[in-house]
Design a protein around this ligand. Structure first.
Ligand code: 13P
Length: 340
């Protein structure tokens, strides 16, 4: 394990005013996203879509520190034959790879899941390093509902995250540790706080136990928000305060950076929340974004699968990248959205 390299990459992933583009939708997930805008999902349409994002400059150069890819994309070439990984590297961004194999039902625990993918992971990580990946992602999913999450499901998922993180570091790949508490349901902000706290504490217990080098990880948590169907939604400042409080209580300062998932928040909410969190500094870690939907939804809509729409779609992607880059600095303001 090359600790210097791990720490250097982890720091670059959360570099000033930059964040991660999560473009690692599995084939099933991207199919759903494409269906919503009337596009057939084929290897070629998936390639064309991702290629135009990676070619969006200078937004990529200025605001995106790294891109999380799905296995297929890591191996794909652009229309002119250039590997997509090279296009990403040309912008100064770091290529990364989603390595988990998805959340599957946890036997004995109705409504809960365990993320799979540890078997054979050491070998896959070796291949991915050879293909240019310098960081990886593994997403554990925790749902809030009647009687869930259970302690057992939290522990099982945290343990798998820690095993994954240790395997990554052994392969000189920075693990993004992603325990996602979902915002589905009608629970309160308080309940999300309590579950997020329990999850993060358990995750760090497991990371310690597996001897994970904390300076060489990036944490990708949810923000503390009420469920989407909760009768009372929270103000931006409430979300920011609760999120910073839970992170300060649970995340050691050895961790270089925290990069949030957007998790179904609207584009502007995800930006406003990140900005407000960065107003509560100074914080002991760099705090930025690792957004999927909140960076891409507008671009997908503008594109609609038509080559002639690519410039418009690139403008939409560049705009979200810039807004989130500013939010990572605590320099975003609502009027900047209207100026687009
Ligand atoms: P969202 O920002 O759309 O939640 O996606 C981020 C991600 O990578 C989830 O694993």
């Amino acid at each position: 394990m090359n600790r210097d390299q791990l720490e250097r990459i982890a720091r670059a992933m959360v570099g000033k005013g930059k964040g991660l583009l999560a473009a690692d939708e599995s084939t099933g997930t991207i199919k759903k996203r494409f269906e919503a805008i009337g596009i057939a999902s084929t290897a070629e349409t998936r390639r064309d879509y991702r290629e135009f994002m990676f070619r969006t400059r200078p937004a990529m150069d200025n605001h995106i520190s790294g891109v999380i890819l799905y296995d297929e994309t890591l191996r794909q070439n652009g229309a002119d034959g250039t590997p997509l990984v090279r296009l990403i590297e040309a912008t100064g961004a770091i290529p990364g790879i989603k390595v988990d194999l998805g959340a599957k039902p946890l036997p004995g625990f109705p409504g809960e899941t365990i993320t799979e993918g540890l078997d054979g992971l050491a070998g896959r990580l070796k291949d991915y390093y050879g293909l240019g990946a310098r960081f990886a992602k593994w997403r554990a999913v925790i749902d809030i509902g009647n009687g869930i999450p259970t302690h057992a499901a939290i522990v099982a998922n945290a343990h798998a995250l820690a095993r994954y993180a240790a395997l990554c570091q052994e392969a000189d790949i920075v693990p993004i540790v992603e325990p996602e508490v979902l915002m589905d349901g009608d629970h309160s902000l308080r309940r999300c706080y309590e579950v997020t706290e329990a999850v993060l504490k358990t995750v760090f217990d497991e990371l310690y136990a597996q001897r994970v080098f904390l300076e060489g990880i990036v944490l990708k948590p949810n923000m503390v928000v009420p469920g989407k169907k909760a009768p009372r939604q929270a103000a931006v400042e409430e979300v920011a305060a609760a999120t910073v409080q839970v992170l300060k209580n649970c995340v050691p300062t050895a961790v270089p950076g925290i990069a949030f998932l957007s998790g179904g928040q609207s584009d502007v909410e995800a930006t406003a929340h990140l900005d407000a969190i960065n107003h509560l500094g100074p914080l002991p870690w760099a705090v930025t974004f690792s957004y999927g939907r909140a960076l891409q939804a507008a671009a997908q809509k503008a594109w609609a699968g038509k080559p002639e729409n690519v410039p418009m779609a690139q403008a939409a992607f560049a705009h979200r990248a810039r807004m989130n880059g500013l939010a990572a600095l605590g320099e975003w303001t609502p009027p900047l959205e209207a100026a687009a």
